[in-house]
Design a protein around this ligand. Structure first.
Ligand code: PGA
Length: 262
């Protein structure tokens, strides 16, 4: 039996305003009311977090995440948001090392490592994003790239830190392109990551750690991807902006979980 609960996370990126949170949640929660057995995480922009936090306060079904935070505790870092500020709003998950942060905001492997340390120190559950570019895949270097990203990000992590981390495999060529990895391609990479965790941490941690897939997940392809026992969930960008589409993906996660368990 697969002991890992599926995670379905919505990464809104720089979309949807604070006033759009309530109508979104009303529609979404109505759709997923009867659903159980899946961890649903909503990751809005910073300005939408307070509203989402207020509306979800009494709803254990949906947890809140942030798209980023500072590697520093506090102080003279104009424009930054700290882990402590987010904890205050009941945010418990954080994306670390999303490829858009690496590409557009100069986040190096070293910064990703520091943010991961901050997440563990502040008792957040980090969703560590890793993935290769199209060129790297074509050159046969995809696994090498993942290995490097994982080793640098997770350096000095304790067994508890490993077990607390969620890893999102997000091939850059699949993000926002409509070009999803096939279930076989994603499973192969997830299997590779799990083997790496075995050698970096232990067999027990590798069996427990959750590895989710991101990159053009939609209601149309979610079932196929989530059916794979190696894929413990999805990180959804574009399709999560529509509450009904996101609810469909949550439902796919739920039926896949039942199938994988039986
Ligand atoms: P996408 O984004 O679903 O729009 O491809 C996924 C992500 O970047 O997390």
């Amino acid at each position: 039996m697969n002991p890992r609960k599926k995670i379905i996370a919505a990464n809104w990126k720089m979309n949807l305003t604070s006033s759009e949170v309530q109508p979104y949640l009303e529609t979404f929660l109505l759709e997923v009311n009867h659903i159980d057995g899946v961890d649903v995480i909503l990751i809005p922009s910073f300005t939408s977090i307070p509203k989402a936090s207020e509306l979800l306060e009494k709803n254990p079904k949906v947890r809140l995440g942030a798209q980023n935070f500072s590697a520093h505790d506090k102080g003279a870092f104009t424009g930054e948001v700290s882990a402590r500020m987010l904890r205050d709003l009941f945010v418990r998950y954080v994306l670390v090392g999303h490829s858009e942060r690496r590409q557009h905001f100069g986040e190096t492997d070293q910064i990703v490592h520091q943010k991961l340390r901050m997440a563990h120190r502040s008792e957040f559950r980090p969703i560590l994003c890793v993935g290769e570019t199209q060129e790297e895949r074509k050159a046969g270097k995809a696994k090498q790239v993942l290995e490097h990203q994982l080793k640098t990000a997770l350096a000095d992590s304790s067994p508890e830190d490993f077990a607390n981390t969620i890893i999102a495999y997000e091939p850059i060529w699949a993000i926002g392109t409509g070009c999803t990895a096939t279930a076989e391609q994603a499973s192969e990479m997830h299997h590779f990551i799990r083997e790496m965790i075995k050698s970096l941490a232990s067999k027990e941690v590798a069996a427990k750690i959750r590895l989710i897939y991101g990159g053009s997940v939609t209601p149309a392809n979610a079932c196929e991807l989530l059916k794979s026992p190696d894929i413990d969930g999805a990180l959804v960008g574009g399709a999560s902006l529509d509450p009904r589409a996101f609810a469909e993906i949550v439902k796919a996660g739920c039926s896949a979980a039942v199938e994988v368990r039986s």
